[in-house]
Design a protein around this ligand. Structure first.
Ligand SMILES: [Cu+2]
Length: 112
């Protein structure tokens, strides 16, 4: 019986020791995803897509975060950003950013 109480106490101590570590780890993992999800997306239609070259031409509506009106323009993107299902002519929602004078799409999702 004494052994059992001791074990329970140890388990409790161990659990409370782990708690802050788990909470911290979770926050660190959740933060970037939550940030990406809350970033405003813009609407557009894919005109040209070259996955090998990492370039996509989009007729887009206003892009608020870039202070841009509606136009057709070409963006670069990194491998994996444009889903395999997306093809020319598709409507998409996307997140565009400007880095060193270059316009890049960092997230693309098919629009219904
Ligand atoms: Cu533009």
């Amino acid at each position: 019986m004494k052994q059992l109480v001791l074990r329970a106490a140890m388990a409790l101590a161990f659990a409370s020791f782990l708690q802050p570590v788990i909470a911290m780890d979770h926050a660190a993992l959740a933060a970037p995803a939550a940030k990406a999800a809350s970033q405003p997306m813009s609407a557009g239609t894919v005109r040209r897509l070259n996955k090998a070259a990492g370039s996509i031409t989009i007729s887009h509506g206003p892009i608020e975060n870039l202070g841009m009106g509606a136009m057709t323009m070409t963006f670069t993107f990194k491998p994996g950003v444009v889903p395999a299902s997306v093809k020319e002519g598709d409507k998409v929602r996307f997140r565009a950013e400007e880095k060193d004078g270059q316009y890049t799409v960092v997230r693309v999702v098919p629009a219904k």
